[in-house]
Design a protein around this ligand. Structure first.
Ligand code: ADP
Ligand code: MG
Length: 663
């Protein structure tokens, strides 16, 4: 189908597919994320390095100079309405034959007044007739914005957008423009007001569909019968009493919630939301013990291998005394080991298996899976539940959130789940002292590190990337390693941890850090979630500006895991105002609210990655009033089931089928 458009071959098709565009409808519903007003710059007002747009007539034959490998630079001069300007443009020599003197061109670029020159990024033939608005799309390197505009325009002529999912009565209630009008408007805005109306309509539709789906799933789940269990409350209590600490009030409440869910006849779908360090892992272990007592297997999924390994080590220690068999299943195992574990799972010899996503997506066949736990992630959702269902499995599900979000948003977004919040922290914890430094203050940072090391404590150092990137001054893990070695290598052991290492290496390094054989662990954000080493009391984060506040709060949560005073040192030359928030606020719920305020909800959900919540336009924070209406309307519509006409009824019936497979 896409081939009907100009110039789309197999390669382009693939590139488009990465953007989620596989059909003409996808093109039509691929919306711009911003707009640019294209109009002639008043060059008298332009300042050094301003982006400018100016048209004129070419006055000389362009000269081309070649340099380096495959690089060229072309120079020519244009006569504008009131002056002449020199134009420089790189790697566009193929245009030379079309740039004869007398040719009219429009130049886009950066203004260099001292040289009376524009360094052009783009050339268009012809003068700038009148100002217009250009839609700007998210692109990949193979596709230019111009091409995107052209294809979308072609698609708009050849196809229609998908039918509207806003019921007619609601469309009328809000005086929404039609879907077709809105789609045209969003690609080719005619005025600020009409554009806003179109965007609101399209956002509303996304949200309405989402909440309709949530409502439906909730209904379905209520009807599903869960596993019939009888759990010895006494045995659970005994196990809890044997723990080295007593549970906090909120942990205790969560245990009650889980116990009731498991014993009840309907299926569990519960989210445990808790600030970092509030002690969620232990709840997962208690839940799997309950599940074990009722005779079922548990699958515990962690987002990273490192975390899976850590959970495995702890689970073994804690649960084996209760005769539970615990296994670790990750992608990095030898084929033979994997096979053995899979066999044991199939035969029911394993009670708790811990691993990454492979636990449900790969060819693991369970003896009797009763509970799935997912730690520190949002990704597990409808799609994964369906995968399980396709395998004939309907286990209870327990989620543990990576980032707690304020109650109002949690209620809407996690609309089809029950939520337990853990606000109380284990007693005796001190607040983590957080300080912000600029890169110039490296000496102070090192001094503070030295003080902690001398106390016998350990330190995490976080650097954003693995390889040093020439273009940025980002402190790569490798370089950081060398630097730290210079500073502390004589007396302390330093090692690094990153995503490119294999499972065994990671496991070895993590356990060496756990055993204090390593004092400074340099790492990318793989340690961001979950890692738990109580003797580590300091975390130093370089290029802190690159992280979201919630992410930094997660990182900071790696320390302060017992009574010792802990420290978080943020090192950054940029974005200080935002980073200062962390020096003042220690409540994760509040921090995620700040993150929402500053960056919207897009980042939070990892745009387009979490299938359930792939909003193209809507932002649950910024568009909260639309969110509220869409949610209420969707629930009401689902309840009343009053359709405008047969057409509408059919559309919704089909939508339902696609969600729940009602067959
Ligand atoms: P998170 O909620 O961030 O996943 P963890 O489950 O890793 O936190 O727990 C953090 C640390 O607190 C662990 O070392 C854990 O053993 C400990 N912990 C959990 N609950 C309690 C408690 N009630 N009292 C004291 N320490 C606790
Ligand atoms: Mg955790």
């Amino acid at each position: 189908m896409l081939e009907t458009l100009t110039g789309i071959g197999p390669k382009t098709k693939q590139a488009l597919s990465h953007l989620g565009i596989d059909t003409l409808e996808d093109f039509i519903e691929y919306y711009p994320y911003r707009y640019e007003l294209i109009r002639r710059t008043n060059m008298k007002e332009a300042k050094e390095d301003d982006s400018v747009i100016i048209d004129g007539t070419v006055t000389n034959i362009p000269r081309v100079v070649y340099f380096k490998k495959h690089m060229e630079r072309m120079n020519f001069r244009i006569q504008t309405r009131d002056a002449w300007i020199d134009i420089v443009i790189f790697n566009r020599a193929y245009l030379k034959k079309n740039l004869k003197p007398g040719t009219e061109v429009t130049v886009f670029g950066k203004w260099k007044p001292k040289k009376n020159q524009i360094v052009a990024s783009q050339l268009q033939f012809g003068k700038l007739e009148k100002e217009y608005v250009e839609s700007i799309y998210h692109l990949t390197s193979k596709i230019t914005n111009k091409k995107m505009i052209q294809w979308i325009d072609e698609a708009l002529k050849l196809a229609k957008p998908r039918p509207s999912f806003i019921p007619k009565t609601i469309e009328e209630k809000y005086h929404f423009p039609s879907k077709e009008e809105s789609v045209l408007e969003i690609h080719h805005p005619t005025s600020t007001i009409t554009l806003k109306k179109a965007r609101t309509r399209l956002k509303y539709e996304e949200l309405f569909m989402f909440f309709y789906k949530m409502t439906l799933l909730k209904e379905v789940r209520k009807k599903e019968t869960g596993l019939q269990r009888k759990i010895s409350y006494q045995k659970v209590q005994n196990m809890i009493q044997q723990l080295p600490f007593s549970l906090t009030v909120d942990q205790g409440q969560a245990v009650q919630d889980i116990f009731h869910d498991l014993e009840s006849s309907s299926r569990m779908n519960r989210l445990i939301q808790g600030d970092v360090g509030s002690g969620k892992t232990i709840l997962a272990f208690i839940a799997s013990y309950m599940n074990f007592l009722s005779g079922y297997q548990t699958a515990f999924m962690a987002p990273t291998e490192i975390l899976a390994i850590q959970h495995y080590q702890k689970a073994k220690e804690l649960l084996e005394p209760y005769h539970m068999t615990v296994a670790l299943l990750t992608g990095k195992l030898k084929a033979s080991e994997k096979k053995q574990i899979q066999k044991d799972i199939f035969e029911g010899k394993i009670d708790l298996v811990i691993g990454t996503h492979a636990l449900i997506s790969e060819k693991v066949t369970y003896h009797n899976l009763g509970l799935v736990i997912t730690d520190e992630q949002h990704r597990f959702g409808v799609q994964q539940r369906r995968e399980l269902k396709n395998k004939g499995l309907t286990p209870d599900i327990l989620y543990m959130s990576a980032t707690p979000i304020p109650r109002t948003y949690a209620l809407t977004i996690y609309g089809d789940m029950e939520v337990s919040n853990i606000k109380t922290r284990p007693t005796g914890r001190k607040e983590i002292e957080t300080q912000l430094f600029s890169e110039k203050q490296l000496k102070e940072v090192l001094t503070k590190m030295y003080v902690e090391l001398q106390k016998g404590h350990q330190i995490y150092v976080v650097a954003p990337l693995i390889e040093e990137n020439e273009e940025s001054d980002t402190k790569a893990v490798d370089t950081m390693y060398e630097n730290m070695k210079k500073a502390f290598g004589k007396r302390y052991t330093i090692d690094m941890l990153h995503g490119k290492q294999d499972g065994n290496t990671k496991e070895k390094i993590m356990s060496e850090f756990q055993e204090n054989k390593i004092q400074i662990l340099i790492s990318t954000t793989v340690i961001e979630v979950g890692v738990d080493v109580t003797n580590a009391t300091m975390i130093v984060i370089f290029n802190a500006e690159r992280f979201g506040l919630s992410q930094l709060h997660q990182l900071r949560g790696r320390v302060g895991r017992n009574e010792l005073q802990s420290y978080c040192l943020l090192v950054s030359n940029y974005d200080k105002e935002r980073l200062q928030i962390l020096t003042k606020v220690s409540d994760g719920f509040q921090i995620s609210e700040e993150d929402f305020r500053l960056r919207g909800s897009g980042d939070f959900f990892g745009v387009r990655q979490s299938g359930d919540m792939s909003f193209q336009l809507a932002d649950i924070y910024k568009d909260f009033s639309i969110v509220k209406h869409a949610k209420e309307d969707a629930e009401l519509f689902r309840q009343n089931k009053i359709y405008f006409d047969f057409e509408e009824e059919k559309r919704f019936t089909e939508f339902e089928k696609s969600i729940v497979h009602l067959d």
